[in-house]
Each structure stands twice: as structure tokens, then as C-alpha cells.
Write a protein that binds this ligand. Structure first.
Ligand code: AP5
Length: 226
């Protein structure tokens, strides 16, 4: 199966963007481009970008558009991005979305497919506060909905499970407020371009995955690109 373009997964913190993006990227054999993961990697490696991003992320705010765009452009220039990619957590502001349009055009990818994940706030809070991630492969678990077979250990590779610093209640509150203010307007932006596909992401992981795959098949069918 070929993607040959960008899939953008929009949605609030904890909506399941990472969980689904990882699966779809695997299915199409294209890179999963999570700007959150890239920033956490920069923090772990102690780079200049990581030093700037860490306090901003821990309080739940957004890293500047300039730093994000430089990071994304650099990543898109790598050879594994030639057959399309899945964006998770990017774009997050109208400025990032407009700049991404120009980049996709210049790389010959044309219009993206944009899926917007909607989840009620009580579920988001449970997903964020119950989340644990594998320190090796990044696989995500949830102590309420999808616990690992052995507490604290990844089923797939035995890696230690860790909690994110920005899943503390105060940071979660700020992340949700920042999403409403700065990222939610992107749904109108993409809807006005006729690109927005809405997904009820409050359902199970499998159901959401089926819905996203159905959207990809339908859109590809319409454009005859597969
Ligand atoms: P980022 O890492 O992108 O975090 P986020 O958008 O807040 O989203 P999350 O990763 O918290 O949630 P998710 O939607 O991926 O859900 P997940 O699949 O993990 O960004 C972090 C920070 O980096 C930002 O706050 C900002 O500071 C900075 N940043 C990143 N990108 C930026 C940008 N472009 N511009 C500026 N700053 C940027 O699932 C959550 C939990 O729910 C898991 O436990 C999972 O197992 C569970 N779950 C998932 N799906 C389901 C389901 N269907 N049913 C039940 N449980 C489920």
C-alpha cells in the first residue's frame, strides 16, 4: 500500500494521535513524525533545542513556530520521507499549517489528508493520567484501558515503562487550554479547504483504527492514488 502524501492527525492531548499514527505509519511503511517525540529525543540528548524546549513542554505550552518548523523541515529532507509520512502533533498553530502547505507543495506532495480526533474531556484526562510509555520503542500503555501484561514492563521488548513529565495534572490543564486556544482553530482552517475528516476517537483503539483506515481507503479511492 502506498501513501505518497502527508497524513495529519489532529486532536487534543490524549486523543490517541500517537497510538493511531504509529499503527498507520507501520501499515503504510512510512515515517511516523511526532514533533513531541522529536522534542523529547532532543531533551534526552541534551541538545540546545532540548534545553529550550524542556521547560516550555513541562509547563504545557507550545515550543516556538520557528524552532518547530526548522526541526520539521530538516526531518522532511531525509530520504525515508520520499513516500509520504504521518504527522502526529504537527501542525499545532495556523502559522505552522500555512508553512506546511508551502513545504508540501514544494516537495510535490500536494494536499494532505487531515483527520481530527474528538474525545470527551473526561476520557482525555483518564487517558493522560493513566498513560505509561516504553522507554525503548515508545509503545503506549494505559493503566485503565490497555495495561501491560507485567506492571511497568513493555510487552513487546521488556523495556521499562515511564510516565511523561507533562502528564502532571497542572501541565495537563494547561495543555488542554493551549489546545483550545492555539490548535483547535486548525479544524476550521482545514475544513475551509475541504480536507478535514472527523473521527470519533472516544471509541476503542481498534474501532478508531478501522475508522482511520476506512477514511484513507475512501480518500485514496476518490483520488485514485493507491
Ligand atoms: P505531544 O507529544 O504531541 O503531546 P500531545 O499532543 O499533548 O498528545 P499526547 O502525546 O499527550 O497524546 P496523544 O493524542 O498522542 O495520545 P496517545 O496515543 O499517547 O506534545 C508534547 C509537547 O511538545 C506539547 O505540549 C508542546 O509543548 C510540544 N510540541 C509538540 N509538537 C509541537 C508543535 N507542533 N508546536 C509546538 N510545540 C509542540 O494516547 C494517550 C493515552 O490514551 C495512552 O495511554 C493510550 O494508551 C490511551 N489510548 C489511546 N487511544 C485510546 C483509545 N481509543 N481508547 C482508550 N485508550 C486509548
Amino acid at each position: 500500500m502506498a501513501l505518497n502524501r502527508a497524513l495529519i492527525v489532529l486532536g487534543p492531548p490524549g486523543a490517541g494521535k500517537g497510538t493511531q499514527s504509529r499503527r498507520i505509519a507501520q501499515l503504510y511503511n512510512v515515517p511516523h513524525l511526532s514533533t513531541g517525540d522529536m522534542l523529547r529525543d532532543a531533551i534526552n540528548r541534551g541538545t540546545e533545542l532540548g534545553k529550550i524546549a524542556q521547560p516550555i513542554m513541562e509547563r504545557g505550552d507550545l515550543v516556538s513556530d520557528e524552532l518547530i518548523m526548522a526541526m520539521v523541515e530538516q526531518r522532511l529532507s531525509e530520504p525515508d520521507c520520499s513516500k509520504g509520512f504521518v504527522f502526529d502533533g504537527f501542525p499545532r498553530t495556523l502559522k505552522q499549517a500555512a508553512q506546511l502547505d508551502a513545504i508540501l507543495e514544494s516537495h510535490g506532495f500536494g494536499k494532505p489528508i487531515v483527520v481530527d480526533f474528538a474525545v470527551p474531556e473526561d476520557k482525555l484526562l483518564k487517558r493522560l493520567t493513566g498513560r505509561w510509555m516504553c522507554s525503548v520503542d515508545g509503545e503506549t500503555y494505559n493503566i485503565y484501558e490497555k495495561p501491560p501484561k507485567v506492571a511497568g514492563i513493555c510487552d513487546a521488548d521488556g523495556g521499562t515503562l515511564i510516565q511523561r513529565a507533562d502528564d502532571r495534572p497542572e501541565a495537563v490543564k494547561e495543555r488542554l487550554a493551549v489546545y483550545e486556544r492555539k490548535t483547535k482553530p486548525l479544524t476550521d482552517y482545514y475544513e475551509s479547504k475541504g480536507l478535514l475528516e472527523r473521527v470519533d476517537a472516544g471509541k476503542s483503539v481498534e474501532e478508531v483504527n478501522r475508522e482511520v483506515r476506512a477514511i484513507l481507503n475512501r480518500v485514496d479511492g476518490q483520488h485514485g492514488r493507491v
